[in-house]
Design a protein around this ligand. Structure first.
Ligand code: BES
Ligand code: ZN
Length: 873
């Protein structure tokens, strides 16, 4: 018997069948920005490589008329028409069945189609902007990972590379952009048809189109590549900083990768509605406004840095990703891990005083954090279905990925590493590569066992904690898998151990290849006061010191013998070991107290993050201690607060400007009265004059938080004023800053209002996630709100990756087993592939917190210590 549907044989497969290989797309699109529909045709040059009656390609949410479909064989000129066509929704494929067998050889497949410009920020979609007080629509594309199929039928897999010739028909007054430069424009009444030059070979996820009204600023690299930044009409000036970064970064990458940028132009566009931070489309990079635009008057130092990092990241993809592309999504980390790592390299070279490599430790720390969960995944991850791809754009692919690259670079040395990378790029240019291809080139160039070393980091999840003991002039090392839950994992790694002894000049390195090892340190242990492992935190592992070594390190911190990176590492390892209940909270508090004179931006900013977390846990464990805990942290940040003050100093560093905001915000969050009062006072001045020197952008968040800390249902005016500032500003970064501060209010009723505001039409759906970090007092309210609004939230954000942020931000702070069960129960009937992993990770974090709180309760010495620390001004 014939199968009911012939297409059945193609259903449920992760990859498309390989009967036909696309070589070239001639794509014509006509978006209608009034009705929000689009029509199009695509003629695809294909090679039939096996005789077949079927052609199977991707398409989703498109209407395809059977009459429009044809296949024409090149040598015989014979035209074939399909007998049947079927769009299989769940697999997003279009199955064309022909009457006759299509002969092996070249041919053209033609398809006509139409669809809708939706508001879901994927495929080809609509974004809304204001022009002369009027709302207007623009058409934008976002195809990564697998949404080109929502715009035109195609082989939507990264390895199916082809050339593209794109033609757009649009209203004549608008600007139409695509990957390549325009070669011809024809005016036809109210419309114009814009033809773009044919692209080099590229993957479908990198194709892009933007149609709307824009201003631009323009620059040029020394090779003559034209670079433009497009933004809303009237905001041209705000594009200048990104333009400058882009031009210099292209020049830098040309040297680093030993290959120039491969297209004749590079456009970068700010898009008002955009789900990710930015997207590296070949020659047409799209950004959120906050990641591209910089306003001299109203952007903060942290915004400036974000722009530089994002631009450097997306431009890195022009080589790593666009020119050399991952073979399949399993190797996504090759794209994202590398772009993340290289972006730090570029920004460090452009802005040396930003200490970018110290700031890289935020990436390392986030990678270690996620990978310390049992529900983590290996860097190289199986992908069964396109729906699973979104969730792997996570801290494992980006941050662990970037961190293991840094570890390898540090092991091989920067010169060898760069040489090998350049030859990898050259070898795989215009082609696709897998993880092992990169290792092979690095191994060839360096003669080191790169493949073996790196497999232990990319093919298994997790990482080790290396315990080190000093016994009889020997150092004893032992590795075991680190898990935040405190459980025993089974993983084993090849660990590049580095250590220094009493000074950075006395170093020793070796590969720990087995579970344990002993190192004789007689030769240099005599005069060394302290021993630090994982020098500069280049390794992706944690270190647990025995009591003697730990005490000496605490002393070394107080005596300023250690680098900022090492101070950071000691703090983060100790914090994590404490969470895993391998160390007491008292010992962590004592360690934190050693950072009283800390002034490094990255270290202090992490100290603040750790403070929030442990204050929450300690208060859950012992509510009676809440005030003393707050006082301890207020004391801890007194020194930097006094050094920095509220007023920016003439000519001060970028890092001090950022630090001031963070320290004052922390003091305000911890209830420091004088800070809150000053914040409120300055906010009042700001309300009278948005350009007041009393509230420069770097300290605005501190003032906003101070305002919200004092808002309640009976004293709402600060909240209303902040909403007014939100409504009046047209700078996205200002809106973001406000959303970020609003939930920092101790009155749950206000928190609820704020959360509802996030769902209103006043907040773009891309931005709602910024307002979810509620105060401790608002935690329960936020959870109830999430449940009450789940249907709406799931409908609005459910088709992208933003939905995961609702879950992780609201769920993870809880710290009781009952709550963990309640959460699991609620989601039992609501879970779907795009949130499965995040949900499991968030619930695991709640279990970890619950156990942590329990163990803190049994720490007898804690209360006395906290009271003592609170009294030490
Ligand atoms: N390729 C991504 C954009 C992306 C993210 C597409 C998720 C599809 C799903 C882009 O290169 C990227 O990584 N953007 C980052 C910014 C970067 C500086 C880390 C982002 O969007 O946050
Ligand atoms: Zn990226």
């Amino acid at each position: 018997m014939e199968p009911k549907q012939k297409s059945e044989q193609f259903i449920g497969q992760p990859r498309l069948p390989k009967f036909a290989v696309p070589k070239h797309y001639d794509l014509k699109l006509k978006p209608d920005l009034v009705t929000c529909k689009f029509t199009g045709t695509v003629d695809i040059d294909i090679d039939i490589v096996a005789e077949t009656k079927f052609i199977v390609l991707n398409a989703a949410e498109l209407v395809v008329d059977r009459g429009s479909v044809y296949f024409k064989n090149e040598s015989s000129s014979k035209e074939f028409r399909p007998l049947e066509i079927e769009l299989v929704g769940q697999d997003e494929i279009l199955v064309l069945e022909f009457d006759d067998v299509l002969p092996i050889g070249k041919g053209i497949l033609g398809i006509g189609f139409e669809g809708t410009l939706k508001d879901n920020m994927k495929g080809i979609y609509r974004s809304i902007y204001q022009h002369n007080g009027e709302k207007k629509n623009m058409a934008v594309t976002q195809f990564e990972p697998a949404d080109a199929r929502r715009c035109f039928p195609c082989w939507d897999e990264p390895a199916c590379k082809a050339t593209f010739k794109i033609t757009l028909t649009v209203p004549s007054e608008l600007i139409a952009l695509s990957n390549m430069p325009v070669i011809e424009e024809k005016l036809e009444g109210e419309l114009k048809t814009v033809c773009f030059q044919e692209s080099p070979i590229m993957s479908t996820y990198l194709v892009a189109v933007v149609v709307g009204l824009f201003d631009y600023v323009e620059g040029q690299t020394c090779d003559g590549v034209k670079v433009r930044v497009y933004c809303q009409v009237g905001k041209g000036k705000q594009g200048k900083f990104a333009l400058d970064v882009a031009v210099r970064t292209l020049e830098l990458y040309k040297v680093y990768f030993a290959l120039p940028y491969s297209l004749p132009k590079l456009d970068m566009v700010a898009i008002p509605d955009f789900a990710a931070g930015a997207m590296e489309n070949y020659g047409l990079v799209t950004y959120r406004e906050t990641a591209l635009l910089y306003d001299e008057q109203h952007s903060a130092a942290v915004n400036k840095q974000r722009v530089a990092i994002v631009v450097a990241h997306e431009l890195a993809h022009q080589w790593f990703g666009n020119l050399v592309t991952m073979e399949w999504w399993t190797h996504l980390w090759l794209n994202e891990g590398f772009a993340t790592w290289v972006s730090y390299l570029a920004v460090d070279s452009l802005f040396p005083d930003w200490k970018t490599w110290t700031q890289f430790l935020d990436q390392l720390m986030e990678g270690l954090k996620l990978d310390g969960l049992e529900e983590s995944h290996p860097i190289e991850v199986e992908i069964g279905h396109a729906g699973e791809i979104d969730e792997i754009f996570d801290s494992i692919s980006y941050r662990k990925g970037a961190s293991v690259i840094r570890m390898l670079q540090s092991y091989l040395g920067p010169e060898r590493f760069q040489r090998a990378l350049a030859s990898y790029i050259k070898r795989y240019a215009c082609s696709n590569a897998k993880t092992e291809d990169l290792w092979a080139v690095l191994e060839e160039e360096s003669g080191e066992p790169v493949n073996m070393l790196m497999n232990s980091w990319t093919k298994q999840k997790g990482y080790p904690v290396v315990s080190v003991k000093f016994i009889d002039q020997n150092l004893e090392f032992e590795q075991s898998q680190f898990l935040s839950s405190g459980s025993q994992g089974v993983g084993e790694w090849i660990v590049p151990i580095t250590l220094c002894c009493g000074s950075y000049d006395v170093q020793k390195n070796f590969l720990l290849r087995t579970k344990s090892e002993v190192l004789d340190v007689k030769e240099f242990s005599a005069e060394c006061n302290w021993i630090k492992l994982n020098v500069d935190q280049t390794g992706f592992y944690r270190v647990k010191y025995d009591d003697v070594l730990a005490a000496r390190l605490r002393y070394a911190i107080e005596a300023s013998h250690l680098s900022a990176t090492d101070r950071f590492g000691i703090l983060d390892d100790s914090y994590s070991l404490c969470m895993a209940r391998k160390q007491s909270l008292s010992s962590l508090f004592s360690l934190m107290n050693a950072y009283r004179e800390e002034l490094d931006y990255t270290v202090l900013s992490h100290l603040i993050t750790v403070s929030y977390k442990v204050a929450g846990i300690a208060t859950d464990a012992n509510p009676g201690l809440a005030d003393d805990i707050k006082q301890f942290f207020v004391n801890l940040f007194q020194y930097p607060a006094e050094k920095l003050g509220w007023e920016p100093k003439q000519g001060e560093s970028h890092l001090d400007a950022m630090l001031r905001g963070e320290v004052l915000t922390a003091l305000s969050e911890f209830g420091h009265d004088a800070t809150q009062k000053e914040g409120v006072r300055r906010f009042q001045a700001f309300l009278d004059d948005r350009n007041t020197p009393l509230l420069p952008p770097d300290i605005r968040k501190a003032a906003y938080v101070s305002v919200m800390q004092n808002v309640s249902m009976s004293n709402r005016s600060g909240f209303e004023s902040l909403l007014r500032v939100y409504r009046e500003t047209d700078l996205s970064q200002e809106k973001g800053r406000i959303l970020n501060s609003l939930a920092s209010c101790p009155d749950p009723a206000i928190v609820l209002e704020e959360l509802n505001f996030l769902l209103s039409s006043e907040v773009r759906s891309q931005d709602a996630v910024f307002g979810l970090g509620v105060s401790k007092e608002g935690r329960e309210t936020a959870w109830q709100w999430l449940k009450d609004n789940w249907d709406h939230i799931s409908k609005t954000w459910g088709s992208g990756f933003l939905i995961t942020r609702f879950i992780s931000t609201i769920v993870s702070p809880f710290s009781s087993e009952d709550k963990a069960n309640e959460i699991e129960e609620f989601f039992a009937s609501r879970v779907k592939p795009s949130i499965t992993r995040t949900l499991k990770q968030s619930v695991e974090q709640v279990h970890i917190n619950a156990k942590w709180v329990q163990s803190v309760r049994s720490e007898e010495s804690l209360e006395g210590l906290v009271k003592e620390l609170a009294s030490r001004k």
